[in-house]
Ligand binder design. Structure first.
Ligand SMILES: Cc1cc2nc3c(=O)[nH]c(=O)nc-3n(C[C@H](O)[C@H](O)[C@H](O)COP(=O)(O)OP(=O)(O)OC[C@H]3O[C@@H](n4cnc5c(N)ncnc54)[C@H](O)[C@@H]3O)c2cc1C
Length: 500
């Protein structure tokens, strides 16, 4: 027997079958495991993750000050009260996830260092075959499963997105990306330039500014910021009154959702009023004479890209104290000493942080095939932003842009579990979304309308995403308050889901 044949035999000998296979042990995958345990206790399952621990985003990112940009009442699960401050550090989020794992006995199902490399659906076998490579041993494993629940997030955890600027090789300092923060990086007393002005830059800059020599935020164009107190008066009051924490969690969720809904409504109906409000809150926190329009008044409508949160306006405090500054300009080239801008100015730096975002990953860089044909997700139509036409027994989680991701992860979990129960009730083993005859000529558009929301990582990769139709269920509303009502009532027998 050849080595290849031997290896193949050893893989096949170890094939494990599970009813449901969850890919990803981030907030979505752990949530999926919790709901599965509660709502379908009889089903066997595993959660596979390529990383060496749980948490996904909150394990990968280790830059100074890393924290949530959403309130934890809605970024936390609906089933587990959040007891901390409104925004949370990655450490606090990981601790919260650890509690969910421990309280619900999920550990036994979690497998780390398990990278899924391929998944093939066989209509004959009515199941998926999933190939896995262990990160620690290099071992090849194989699972089969009736249902694949993709909780792989939306960006590549392995490679961050860094544009290729001229002269980068000549720079004598260090260039780091927030997604791959080096353990040994000491920024004490150093001149730091942070390229970018999104939520990550806004988190990093105040966190580095206290000990760095100086931090400069270099942005091509401005971002909207929303200043809010780091402590929430309503939460403090409810806690002081010793209200049961489940109630406090629910009340705070509703308060946060109402606030978010009002900001979203204004962003569509009276964007200029919202722009004015956001700018007016910033102005008094910035130094006298600061050019707010140049640096903090974007050309796009508020919420067309994510509005970054500033607890107590910490970024503005760092600017007012002279520890940080903002430059709005374009990079002409890196030099030995720093960055030369198109205006001709040069920013000298010891460390350059490229807070330039990530590369979208549609389904976790897995080679999918359906009956031997490679799956090209961009040729499919989305079923409610959670399944794909022509792809059997697979659901995926994609959260909201303007509300917390987890709100949708919880809703999708309910939907998937209702669907699995429905299949069991019907005695079906296969479910696949298919366009009905009346949908055949439906106009198809991008997964996310760029007029609605258009951050760089989406614009760069929209061609990789499934298409969206002009009617239910081939659309994704991007609105929790709509989906919260809609998803639990979805008619699973409306002819768009085909069962066998
Ligand atoms: C720095 C940062 C801050 C953010 N802050 C917020 C916020 O405040 N609010 C908000 O709503 N959203 C925020 N987001 C978006 C955030 O990613 C999500 O909210 C949420 O954490 C995503 O959870 P997830 O479990 O779906 O995905 P992830 O956290 O991305 O986890 C996915 C997991 O799947 C694993 N995986 C992927 N492919 C494979 C494979 N082929 N095989 C095995 N495992 C695989 C990955 O290793 C990873 O552990 C933030 C994102 C970043 C980068």
């Amino acid at each position: 027997m050849s080595d290849t044949q031997l290896a193949a035999t050893s893989v096949l000998e170890r094939v494990q079958h599970v009813d449901v296979l969850i890919v990803g042990a981030g907030i979505s995958g752990i949530g999926a495991a919790y709901h599965l345990t509660r709502q379908a206790p009889g089903k066997s399952y595993v959660v596979l993750d390529a990383l060496d621990s749980r948490g996904g985003t909150w394990w990968t990112h280790r830059y100074p000050g890393v924290r949530s940009d959403s309130d934890l009442y809605t970024f936390g699960y609906r089933f587990k009260p959040w007891r901390g401050a409104t925004l949370a550090t990655s450490e606090e989020i990981l601790h919260y996830l650890d509690e969910v794992i421990a309280e619900n006995g999920l550990d036994a199902h979690l497998r780390y260092q398990h990278r899924v490399t391929a998944a093939s659906w066989s209509s004959e076998d009515r199941r998926w075959t999933v190939d896995v490579t262990r990160g620690d041993t290099g071992e090849q494993l194989r699972y089969t499963t009736d249902f694949l629940w993709m909780c792989q997030g939306y960006y590549r955890h392995t490679d961050p997105y860094t544009p290729d600027w001229p002269g980068m090789d000549s720079f004598r300092g260090r260039i780091v990306h927030p997604q791959t923060w080096p353990d040994d990086l000491d920024h004490t007393g150093k001149r730091v330039v942070v390229i970018g002005s999104g939520a990550t830059a806004a988190t990093l800059i105040p966190a580095m500014a206290d000990t760095a020599g100086h931090v400069t935020m270099l942005q091509r164009s401005p971002t909207f910021f929303f200043v809010r107190p780091s402590t929430n008066e309503l939460a403090e009051t409810l806690r002081a009154l010793d209200i049961p924490e489940e109630w406090t969690h629910e009340i705070m969720r509703r308060a946060m959702l109402a606030e978010g809904a009002e900001i979203t409504r204004m962003s569509f109906e009276s964007p200029e009023e919202l722009r004015g409000l956001l700018i007016d809150t910033m102005r008094p926190l910035l130094p006298e004479g600061f050019d707010v329009d140049k640096h903090f008044n974007p050309s796009y409508r508020p919420w067309q890209q994510r509005i970054a949160m500033l607890p107590d306006g910490d970024l503005f405090t760092a600017i007012t104290q002279g520890k940080a500054s903002v430059v709005t300009d374009q990079i002409a080239t890196f030099t030995e000493k720093g960055i030369r801008l198109t205006s001709g100015d040069e920013l000298e730096a010891d460390i350059v942080v490229t807070a330039t975002g990530f590369d979208l990953s549609v389904l976790g860089e897995i080679a999918f095939t359906v009956d031997g044909t490679p799956l090209d997700v961009s040729q499919t139509v989305t079923y409610r932003g959670t399944m794909f036409t022509g792809v059997p027994n697979l659901a995926h989680v994609f959260g909201y842009f303007r509300s917390s991701w987890t709100l949708r992860a919880d809703l999708i979990s309910d939907f998937v579990l209702r669907l699995l129960q429905h299949m069991d009730d019907k005695g079906a083993t296969v479910v696949v979304p298919r366009l009905r005859p009346q949908d055949a000529d439906m106009e198809l558009g991008p997964y996310v309308d760029p007029e609605n929301f258009n951050p760089g990582y989406l614009t760069r990769s929209m061609h990789l995403m499934p298409r969206q139709g002009d009617r239910e269920p081939w659309q994704l509303p991007h609105d929790y308050l709509v989906e919260k009502e809609q998803l639990p009532l979805v008619d699973l027998d409306d002819g768009t889901l085909v069962y066998e």
